[in-house]
Design a protein. Structure first.
Length: 298
């Protein structure tokens, strides 16, 4: 759509608007399916695309100039300089369509007359005004663009595209959340049962230690040390394994959540708290029994 019409679309309900064109071409090497965006400098600010090497387009010498995203630069340019004479730089991998892996993408400035290159309008509207904005834009296009007429005008909303694309991931998230809750409950009951069983089996040992002058806290300290060692061994095995599995899974996504150390520390502290409470509720009760009666009953 020509630049002349784009200016009119600055409506109070529209926060920003840019013209673009989308197409897919084969690149060199021929095995690379290159997704091409034809756009101008407004594209970078509109979508928040960050340039990590090089620069944006210049206003006067843009013909045939382009930028690659990281994936395209790695596959086509080898990820090293010098680049092709028309390559201006590299942008960080970004989402444009929902995809697990970053598409090799080329952001190309329109050659020759820009008006004939742009076929799509991308606009950002004020939250809560989606229907009103769509109606206003469609009405204006039909009244002012000659080629519109009764031609169908399609509106595609990125939020709908992403919601549809990640529907399976959300279902998986709900399933994993339920499984995680069940696993946590099983772990808590298992730890409590193990401590209770161990305490029951060692009732006579606890009684003899008390007869020999051991205090209740001395007895509890023995259990604390034993289970703390088991917890440390479990964490040493589970945490690296979980980190490696999650890291490999996240590598398939362009935008990745961070796996901060506090998450693992929190898990460790929760399990430590479960062990402490289990020992306090079982060993404390056993250590305060009459040792003579425990020895006779044993």
């Amino acid at each position: 759509m020509p630049f002349l019409y784009i200016r009119v679309l600055y409506d109070p309900l529209i926060q920003a608007v840019i013209p673009i064109r989308l197409q897919t071409v084969w690149a060199i090497p021929a095995t690379v399916n290159l997704f091409t965006l034809i756009a101008d400098n407004r594209f970078f600010d509109f979508f928040g695309v960050k340039i990590i090497e090089g620069r944006k387009f210049y206003n006067d010498i843009n013909t045939h100039r382009f930028l690659f995203n990281e994936t395209a630069d790695r596959l086509i340019s080898g990820g090293t300089q010098p680049w092709d004479a028309n390559q201006l730089g590299v942008v960080r991998d970004f989402y444009f369509f929902p995809t697990e892996r970053a598409r090799p993408t080329k952001i190309h400035y329109p050659t020759e007359d820009p008006d004939r290159w742009f076929t799509v309008i991308a606009y950002r509207y004020v939250e809560g005004t989606r229907t009103q904005t769509e109606q206003a834009v469609e009405q204006w296009i039909r009244e002012n663009v000659e080629i519109a007429g009764d031609f169908p005008i399609t509106f595609t909303y990125m939020e709908d595209v992403f919601n549809e694309a990640f529907r399976s991931e959300r279902a998986l998230l709900r399933l994993l959340s339920l499984m995680t809750l069940v696993s946590v409950l099983i772990a808590i009951f298992s730890v409590y049962s193990l401590v209770s069983l161990t305490c029951q089996q060692r009732r006579k040992e606890i009684a003899i230690r008390k007869i020999n002058g051991a205090e209740v806290f001395d007895i509890m300290n023995i259990f604390f040390k034993e289970y703390l060692i088991l917890l440390a061994i479990s964490a040493a095995v589970a945490f690296p394994t979980g980190f490696i599995i999650m890291r490999r899974w996240l590598e398939d996504y362009v935008k990745q959540t961070s796996m901060d150390a506090w998450i693992f520390v929190l898990i460790f502290l929760v399990m430590f708290a479960v062990i402490v409470l289990s020992i306090l509720s079982t060993v404390w009760r056993a250590a305060n029994q009459n040792p003579a009666e425990v020895v006779k009953s044993g």
